[in-house]
Design a protein. Structure first.
Length: 134
């Protein structure tokens, strides 16, 4: 699927900040505000300047960003590319990009829930072991 299909997506102010941070921290073509691939100021960041706080069409304009940098942040990628496929965390209610269709919890809640389930399993196992001693 080509990145041109996503050009008409609008980006909220919160996601604009996330996109800018992702470019500054992860894009290999971004050096000191310039795109070394295009040999100009980064066109993606220029498009997302904080002065343009209203959502705009054609916000994702850099193919390298969409195909190589944006997938590094799975939640942001899913929110921008396919917002209908976000799952809702059963515990805290936040939207997240699930790793499978059976994902129930976001990453932070998943680790807490896993520990809770392991603790309950260990307690049940200890209880049944102590009652079976005879």
């Amino acid at each position: 699927m080509g990145w041109g299909e996503y050009l008409s997506r609008a980006i909220s102010p919160t996601n604009k900040r996330k996109v800018t941070m992702l470019i500054q921290n992860e894009c290999c073509n971004f050096i000191s505000g310039d795109c070394i691939a295009a040999d100009v100021q980064c066109p993606q960041i220029k498009r997302l300047k904080p002065a343009n706080e209203k959502p705009e069409k054609f916000a994702l304009i850099c193919g390298w960003f969409v195909n190589s940098v944006l997938p590094l942040d799975k939640d942001l990628w899913t929110g921008l590319i396919d917002p209908q496929n976000l799952a809702k965390c059963k515990q805290c209610g936040t939207k997240f990009a699930g790793g499978s269709n059976s994902a129930k919890y976001c990453a932070s809640c998943a680790s807490r829930e896993r520990k809770k389930q392991q603790r309950e399993f260990a307690q049940k196992k200890r209880f049944t072991a102590s009652t079976n001693r005879g």
